[in-house]
Structures are given as structure tokens and as C-alpha cells.
Design a protein around this ligand. Structure first.
Ligand code: HEC
Ligand code: HEC
Ligand code: HEC
Length: 398
């Protein structure tokens, strides 16, 4: 009787410790899924979590992300852990077909076996199954063959077994590098792409890495010349704004679904890493006073009430136009989008959103171009001029 009781206690105890261990694993997986932003691409705006169906316009046609909930028919409920690992780190589906690189497996190659184990446990046990079929892709049949992706992969995607690094690195700069290059896949938007649509550089060893790129009519600025320090970078990743800058456009979704959930030390680690790979050149040139045929009338009428006559903004409330990445960027896309469409900081837990009106309905393309040129010339010393037809093109791409 005593022995039996002992065994039963032992059994209960091990069940309980299994449960605790499992809960810990699931929450570790959930944290990684957030850091890797699986949600943004696999959940449509008003859809069920991880049900897929988000549209991606690729140069060869349109594809849709798939259902990665644990539903056995429609989702990935039938994936074994090693099949899951191949899909996430190597871009190979359960049936052996290659995934399009819209799924950032080249970055996820940096996840370790332990990370994959946690992610898999979370997707199988912590996510609700959704019975929603996948949408077909709209790619013409002569381009639809997936086999060329094997070649693309062989050239462009790193081998996971060579690059897997530990998530539990205690050196914050290394941890930051892993978060940025790995789960965060920041390069997918911030690194320019080459002729094969590959990112030009997957680590800071390349000068092109994170040097800025155009995406969906916006410009994702260089992360190697941020005009603020690691603390302020952490703050903008967690809240969508900091003392002098604010986020809008495609980066908002990254903040809402992903970076706001990073621990303070992980957000800071990203800031420290980005600080460590700074390219000093291209710092802000002295502000120029440009003379426009139509002096800064529109700036005074529409902008200065909030951003100030000198573009200085109000710390923590209205971003500064001096030393501002969108204003300093060679590519004017994001600046034009903000002036035309307005801007709103992303929603984050317990934060009020800041917003700015758009001016497309009061200013025509010509006037928008003049105002863009004025802001770039005045606050960043840019002399190249944007034309009305470029403005039209950028706004049409959005
Ligand atoms: C930038 C967008 C993006 C992100 C982020 C992303 N995915 Fe995907 N994923 C896709 C797309 C698009 C496909 C479909 C590609 C195709 O059909 O070739 C896909 C396909 C998959 C598949 C294959 C499923 C199947 O059999 O159809 C799995 C598994 C998967 N993703 C898991 C994940 C996980 C886990 C994460 C987070 C760690 C993640 N994805 C993050 C875009 C993304
Ligand atoms: C889906 C594309 C996308 C991904 C992924 C992405 N970014 Fe961005 N990011 C953008 C765009 C576009 C902008 C410019 C719009 C803006 O500033 O609001 C931007 C702006 C930023 C800015 C703000 C610059 C400013 O205005 O002061 C920072 C900092 C930043 N990104 C960091 C990151 C980091 C770190 C990662 C990875 C964890 C990342 N981004 C991933 C698209 C992306
Ligand atoms: C009602 C106040 C207001 C007015 C008027 C206004 N803005 Fe803004 N502006 C803001 C706020 C608040 C933000 C932050 C929102 C965001 O970026 O998500 C912002 C953001 C911006 C940004 C992006 C800053 C960053 O850090 O990414 C630029 C550039 C900008 N404004 C330029 C202008 C110009 C040019 C005008 C005149 C056409 C103008 N604004 C008019 C309040 C205003």
C-alpha cells in the first residue's frame, strides 16, 4: 500500500513536471513564433490565426500563404517535427515540393534544433486547428513548375546545419545579430534584392545587408545609419515611436504582430547589434535653405503647425523632420506616401496611436512633388528632385 502510494505520487509528480515542462516549451515556441512573425504572413487581416490566405504579389504571379494551423486536412497537423523543420529552415514542403522564397526560410535557417522543437510543440499544441482550405496560386502554368526553386535555393539559401546558432547567447550583440538575421528576417524588407530576387547579403559582412530597399511603394530605410541609439531603437520596436521618430506603413505590422512582444533585453539587443554594424558615411548633411519658386508656403500651411517651422517636432509626440530616416533616404517613396496618405503609428499594447492627416485630396501630384523636394532639400540637403510623374507612380504602387 505504501509502495503503491509512493508509485502513484511519483507518477503524478512526473505527469505534473511533464506538464510544466510542456507549458514552458509551448510558451517558448509562442515567443519564437512572435519574434519570427509567422502571424503577419499566415493570418489575413480579419482571418483566424494561422489559417493562411495572405496574398503575395511576386514578379511571376500571385501566391497565397498556406494554412499552418494544426488541422490535419487543411493545415500542417500531419507534419512530423522533421518535416516541419525542413519546411521552416529549408523551404521544402511535406510532399517534397519547394516553397517560394516569399516564406523567409533563408533567415529561419538560423533557428537551432531546440528552437524548432519549441516552435513545433507550439504549433501542434498551442494553436487552434482551423478547417480552412488553401487558395490556389495565380501563376501561369509555364512558370508554375517549382523545380527551378531547387536551383534558386542551392545558390541563395544557406545550409541550416552550417549556420544554426544558439538562441541563448549571453552576449547581447550576438543575440541581437541572431534575432535580426534569423527569426526577425529584417533583411527580407530592408536589404536590396539582386537580379534573382535574392537578398544581396544575409549578414553584416556584406555592405548591402540592411542598407535599405523598396517594398510595396514604400522605402524600408537603411538600418545601418539609424539616427538614434540602442535604447531608442528598442523603444520604437516596442511602441511604434520614440523621442524623434515614428513608424507607419508596412513596418507597422511587424511591430503590431512581432516586435512589441520582444522582451526588453531582446529589443535592446537588436538596438545594440544595429549600432555595431553602423556605416558611418551618409550621416545627415548640414541642412540647406533651398529657394523654391513657390517658397515654403505649403509647408507653412500644412506641416509647420505640428512639425514646427524648423521641422524640429515635439519630443515624444510629433516626429522630427531633421535627422529623419524617411527624409534623408535617397529613395523618396516613404516620404511621398506619408505626405499623400498620412500616417498612423501601429497599435501596441497600452499605447495611444499618433496620426497625421494625408494631403492627397488637397495637393495635386505637382504640389506633392514640390513639397517633397522642399522637405528633402531643407532638412536633408538633397538636391535631386522628385517629379510629379514619379509621385504618381509611387502612389499607384501602394
Ligand atoms: C514573409 C512571409 C512569411 C513568414 C514571415 C512566414 N511564412 Fe510560412 N509561408 C509563407 C508563404 C507565402 C508560404 C507558401 C509558399 C509556397 O506556396 O510556396 C509559406 C509556407 C509555409 C509552410 C508550408 C506549409 C504547407 O505545407 O503548405 C510552413 C510549414 C510554414 N510556412 C511555416 C511558417 C512558420 C512556422 C513561420 C514562422 C516561424 C512562417 N511560416 C513565417 C510566408 C511566410
Ligand atoms: C515587411 C517588411 C519589413 C520587415 C520584415 C521589417 N521592416 Fe523595418 N521598416 C519597413 C518599412 C517599409 C519601413 C519604413 C516605414 C516607416 O518608417 O514607418 C521600416 C522602418 C523601420 C525602422 C524605423 C525607421 C524610422 O523611421 O525611424 C526601424 C528601426 C526598423 N524598420 C527596424 C526593423 C527591424 C529591426 C526589423 C526586423 C526585426 C524590421 N525592421 C523588419 C519594413 C519592414
Ligand atoms: C496634425 C499634426 C501633423 C501635421 C499637420 C503633419 N504631420 Fe507629419 N506627422 C505627425 C505625426 C503625429 C506623425 C507620426 C505618425 C506616424 O509616423 O505614424 C507624423 C509623421 C510624419 C513623418 C514620418 C516621420 C517618421 O519618423 O517616420 C513625416 C516625414 C511627416 N510627418 C511629414 C509631414 C509633412 C511634410 C507635413 C505637411 C504636409 C506633415 N507631416 C503634417 C503629425 C503631423
Amino acid at each position: 500500500m505504501k509502495l503503491k502510494l509512493g508509485l502513484a505520487t511519483l507518477f503524478l509528480f512526473s505527469l505534473q513536471s511533464y506538464a510544466t515542462e510542456n507549458t514552458a516549451l509551448i510558451s517558448q515556441g509562442e515567443y519564437l513564433a512572435r519574434a519570427a512573425d509567422c502571424m503577419a504572413c499566415h493570418t489575413p487581416d480579419s482571418g483566424k490565426p494561422f489559417a493562411g490566405g495572405v496574398k503575395f504579389a511576386l514578379p511571376i504571379g500571385t501566391i497565397y500563404s498556406t494554412n499552418i494551423s494544426p488541422d490535419k486536412q487543411q493545415g500542417i497537423g500531419d507534419y512530423s517535427e522533421s518535416e516541419f523543420s525542413r519546411a521552416v529552415r529549408e523551404g521544402v514542403r511535406k510532399d517534397g515540393q519547394r516553397l517560394y522564397p516569399a516564406m523567409p526560410y533563408n533567415a529561419y535557417a538560423k533557428l537551432s534544433d531546440q528552437d524548432i522543437h519549441a516552435l513545433y510543440t507550439y504549433f501542434m499544441q498551442g494553436v487552434k486547428a482551423v478547417d480552412q482550405p488553401n487558395s490556389g496560386n495565380d501563376i501561369p502554368w509555364y512558370l508554375a513548375a517549382r523545380w527551378p526553386l531547387r536551383i534558386w535555393n542551392a545558390i541563395n539559401a544557406p545550409n541550416p546545419t552550417n549556420s544554426a546558432t544558439s538562441t541563448s547567447d549571453s552576449d547581447p550583440i550576438k543575440r541581437g545579430a541572431w534575432l535580426v538575421e534569423g527569426p526577425g528576417h529584417c533583411g527580407a524588407c530592408h536589404t536590396p534584392r539582386g537580379w534573382m530576387m535574392q537578398e544581396k547579403g544575409l549578414t553584416a559582412a556584406s555592405e548591402s545587408y540592411l542598407s535599405g530597399a523598396e517594398i510595396e511603394g514604400w522605402f524600408a530605410p537603411s538600418l545601418r545609419q539609424l539616427p538614434y541609439d540602442a535604447e531608442q531603437t528598442a523603444l520604437i520596436l516596442k511602441t511604434g515611436h520614440n523621442a524623434t521618430s515614428a513608424i507607419t506603413g508596412p513596418m507597422s505590422s511587424v511591430i503590431t504582430h512581432s516586435s512589441q512582444y520582444l522582451t526588453d533585453s531582446d529589443a535592446k539587443a537588436i538596438g545594440l547589434y544595429l549600432d555595431s554594424i553602423r556605416i558611418e558615411k551618409n550621416q545627415r548633411p548640414a541642412a540647406l535653405q533651398v529657394s523654391l519658386t513657390d517658397p515654403d508656403k505649403n509647408y507653412l500651411r500644412y506641416c509647420s503647425t505640428c512639425h514646427g517651422k524648423e521641422g524640429q517636432g515635439t519630443p515624444n509626440v510629433i516626429p522630427s523632420l531633421q535627422n529623419n530616416l524617411l527624409v534623408m533616404a535617397d529613395n523618396p517613396a516613404s516620404l511621398i506616401q506619408v505626405i499623400a496618405q498620412g500616417a498612423q503609428t501601429p497599435q501596441t499594447l497600452g499605447q495611444l496611436s499618433w496620426s497625421m492627416p494625408g494631403y492627397h485630396h488637397v495637393l495635386n501630384d505637382e504640389q506633392l512633388a514640390d513639397l517633397t523636394n522642399y522637405v528633402r532639400g531643407r532638412f536633408a540637403g538633397k538636391e535631386e528632385k522628385v517629379t510629379a510623374s514619379q509621385v504618381k507612380t509611387f502612389l499607384a504602387t501602394h
